[in-house]
Design a protein around this ligand. Structure first.
Ligand SMILES: *Cc1c(COP(=O)(O)O)cnc(C)c1O
Length: 381
């Protein structure tokens, strides 16, 4: 099977993990801060807080911004369930903003209209969470302008997007947001097996994220209510979790970071070939906006008009292509239907989903494998 996405591990990665195994610290040692520093440097952001997954980081990000009961978070229906779940885990309510039919990203016009209505109904969101689907940045300037007008905070779900850029700046720099979150799951751009990171330029948020990551416990004199009694002394000042990343994961991530740009340029090379060889075919290729440089986590194509998606999917799988579908609109999941959402609520995300197939695109895909993928797609249309 040629997978749609896959990690790329080399000897340097293996050596990095092995050396941690032989060191004094398997967790809470020097690798995590070093990895965080590498991310912060890369993104041009002041703080990076590593966690055991992006799901944890999104949850902690919502809590750090004070999301709780009676509050609302809006996100895109075209995402993995973790984006919306983060709000439910805080006891808040979730709603969605439909996608732009060309970019498959949260539509700024739909957001503006929904905000206008919500203002009248006195149910404005506390947080909006745009998702940089497939690695392409949302229209952050527009979303930020709306946040100034309506007073909401912004968390970028950048799970797909490390190595991508928006208006020439690295995604994760938080120029137009409070917090950005990356995922290091093996199908994403770089991996730590499981892992995620939250970035921010606000010290108070970074402190809060670090507290929530580790039981709400601190030894930082600035965060303690009385002077430290001795080196053993810590205080619990918030209710937190064990969301820590291990040293093994951080060492792998640090090693992977040295090849991040290489991974993303290989993805671009592969995407350019898909475009060159399929642009005259009836498959609809993903649209790239002019102000974004995508990390190209995914290459979602739409099946030709009149072709059944399930049939196409089954035929491609039978030919050995590990194609996948991103995403089943979150509001159509049974859990969300139970909360009152129904099919038809976000028609553009649903229409996109009906035709979408993610074809193989990852740094380890060979030219021969890609030629075979292209041949299979051509045979089908
Ligand atoms: C993968 C993913 C997540 C969750 O990441 P984990 O690190 O697996 O917890 C969240 N949001 C989106 C959009 C994702 O693709």
């Amino acid at each position: 099977m040629i997978p749609y996405g896959r990690q790329a591990i080399n000897q340097q990665d293996i050596d990095a993990v092995l050396s941690v195994l032989q060191s004094d610290y398997l967790t809470q040692g020097p690798q995590v801060p070093a990895f965080e520093q590498a991310i912060a440097n890369y993104c041009g952001v002041d703080y990076a807080v590593a966690m055991n997954s992006a799901t944890s980081a999104l949850h902690a990000a919502c809590l750090a911004l004070g999301l709780g009961q009676g509050d609302r978070l809006w996100t895109s229906p075209n995402t993995f369930v973790a984006s919306a779940n983060a709000a439910l885990l805080c006891g808040a309510q979730v709603d969605f903003v439909d996608i732009d039919p060309n970019t498959y990203l949260m539509c700024p016009q739909a957001l503006a209209e929904k905000l206008l209505q919500a203002k009248r109904d006195k149910c404005l969101p506390k947080i909006v969470m745009p998702v940089h689907f497939a690695g392409q940045s949302c229209d952050m300037a527009q979303i930020y302008a709306l946040s100034q007008e309506y007073g909401f905070r912004i968390i970028e779900d950048a799970a797909h997007a490390i190595g991508g850029r928006y208006q020439q700046q690295p995604i994760g720099g938080c120029r137009y947001s409070d917090i950005s979150v990356f995922s290091f799951h093996p199908v994403k751009i770089i991996t730590t097996a499981e892992g995620g990171v939250a970035t921010t330029n606000q010290k108070a948020l970074a402190d809060k994220l670090s507290l929530l990551r580790s039981h709400g416990v601190t030894r930082d004199p600035d965060l303690m209510s009385e002077p430290q009694q001795g080196l053993w002394h810590y205080q619990q000042v918030a209710l937190g979790f064990n969301y820590r990343m291990t040293e093994l994961q951080a060492a792998l991530g640090l090693s992977q970071m040295t090849r991040l740009d290489e991974f993303v340029s290989r993805r671009h090379q592969l995407a350019q070939r898909y475009v060159a060889e399929l642009k005259d075919s009836p498959w609809v290729l993903p649209y790239q906006t002019s102000d974004a440089y995508s990390s190209l986590h995914l290459f979602p194509v739409l099946v030709p008009q009149g072709v059944d998606r399930k049939q196409a999917y089954d035929q491609l799988r039978a030919k050995g292509l590990g194609v996948n579908v991103h995403y089943i609109p979150v509001h159509t999941q049974p859990y969300y239907q139970q909360l009152g959402f129904k099919k038809g609520d976000f028609p553009r995300a649903e229409a996109y989903y009906q035709r979408a197939i993610s074809i193989p695109l990852h740094q380890g895909l060979t030219d021969d494998e890609q030629a075979y993928v292209i041949q299979c797609l051509r045979q089908l249309a």
